[in-house]
Design a protein around this ligand. Structure first.
Ligand code: ATP
Ligand code: MG
Length: 402
């Protein structure tokens, strides 16, 4: 016997009325999106639960795919059998064996179909006895069992579920709007994107690229990172912005101590324009207070001056080690530490101002006009669309340059 379905619980949310419907529809379509690789599967929704029927697909792989979907609290393998004693015994044994290492168990049964001749109090010892006879060193513990096996006798059949697997938590991606993630090749911004998606936000990404100072492989890092993030949601559009000319102009015309602050302000201005064009209402960054020179309170204030878009900074209060932990868990760490320069490191001054002021930045910027450069960068930008399986690249104008 094998598990024939996965039970999905999301009931934790205090969702009501219309929100609940939107939440459930989005969750169901997000799960369906993740199960494209398993065409046998189907999804059914019942009261506050969903079931993914496996129809012969690999249970472990389908479980893993579902565990990446935000909005799910927990999952269990389940099997539906006939109202038949022998089948029910085999099912509870399968369920117990799924909880590897469990030494104690409890059976909780519910008899929804009252025509079933065995009452709950008798079902538990009957099925529990079967587990005890077929295992060694295993005991029943009704108060604090390693695994609770749930048996539900309904008129259409008997459902047996085993141990709980953790879901990704959060809200289904697409239920709380869109944000433009400023995605570098570093460790922080992908983690930041992940945490934003966890709250139901769909992402587009923007990446500033400075060929030939930054290589095509630096850009590939960003594509690979977006691909990892796409596993938790759906396709991600990366807006690739050619940033070389603006960086060179900053380098030539702005005082060295302010070049980084002003570069960030230019990035923010361009990001805001792209967000507006895409009807995206916020910008997400991987900034974390105090981490580097550009992430002091003074820097944040000076950089933030150029936009009134909400800036989502999920990492602002996190330690680097906590961020690294998450990046390992979500599979972006190994990509982030590949050693290719990003556009910021190439032009970074030896001694950037850690306490820039808005008035100085405005004063320096007023000596040069960047309007045209910003427009040109946006005009020359292009989109790479990435999903969890493949990349669709659209006319890369840098291809010949590299
Ligand atoms: P990360 O690890 O995300 O690169 P960081 O610690 O290197 O962050 P900074 O270099 O100060 O920090 O960058 C702060 C944030 O600015 C990044 O988290 C990212 O959101 C954004 N950013 C930096 N460089 C780029 C870039 N080339 N393209 C897009 N966004 C960028
Ligand atoms: Mg960086």
């Amino acid at each position: 016997m094998n598990f024939d379905r996965i039970m999905i619980r999301y009931g934790e949310m205090a969702l009501k009325g219309k929100n609940k419907k939107v939440f459930e529809q989005k969750l169901q379509s997000n799960i369906a999106g993740k199960l494209n690789d398993y065409p046998g599967t189907t999804i059914q929704k019942t009261q506050g639960r969903m079931y993914v029927t496996l129809n012969g697909e690999d249970p472990q792989k389908v479980m893993e795919a579902c565990q990446n979907v935000f909005g799910i609290h927990s999952l269990s393998f389940a099997v539906k059998v006939e109202q038949d004693e022998e089948e029910m015994k085999a099912a509870v044994l399968l369920a117990f064996r799924d909880a590897e290492g469990a030494k104690t168990f409890k059976i909780s049964s519910k008899r929804t179909d009252k025509s079933f001749p065995i009452v709950s109090q008798e079902i538990n010892p009957l099925l529990g006895g079967h587990i005890l006879r077929n295992t060694e060193d295993v005991k029943v513990d009704v108060h604090n069992p390693d695994v609770e096996i749930k048996v539900e006798v309904r008129h259409e059949g008997v459902y047996v579920t085993a141990q709980d697997y953790p879901g990704a938590g959060g809200l289904p991606v697409g239920t709380t709007g869109k944000s433009l993630l400023m995605l570098s090749g570093g460790i922080d911004s992908p983690v930041s994107g992940y945490l934003t998606m966890k709250r139901g936000v769909e992402l587009e990404a923007i990446h500033f690229h400075s060929p030939p100072y930054t290589s095509d492989r630096a850009k590939q890092k960003v594509v690979d990172l977006a691909q990892e993030l796409a596993k938790f949601g759906s396709k991600i559009k990366i807006h690739v912005i050619p940033f070389t000319e603006i960086q060179q102009k900053i380098h030539r015309e702005m005082p060295e101590g302010y070049s980084m602050t002003i570069m960030r302000r230019m990035m923010m201005r361009i990001s805001e324009r792209v967000a507006a064009k895409q009807e995206v209402l916020s910008i997400t960054t991987g900034e974390s207070l105090g981490q580097v020179a550009s992430q002091t309170m003074e820097s944040m204030s000076t950089i933030n001056e150029v936009t009134n878009y909400p800036i989502i900074r999920p990492l602002v209060a996190m330690d680097k080690l906590e961020i690294i932990d998450i990046s390992r868990k979500i599979g972006t760490y190994e990509i982030s530490i590949r050693p290719f320069e990003d556009c910021c490191t190439v032009f970074v001054p030896k001694a950037p101002k850690t306490k820039p002021t808005r008035s100085n930045a405005n004063y320096y910027e007023s000596n040069s006009d960047f309007t045209k450069d910003i427009e040109k960068a946006i005009e020359d930008s292009y989109i790479i669309e990435v999903d969890a399986h493949e990349n669709h690249q659209q006319d890369d104008p840098f291809e010949d340059l590299l």
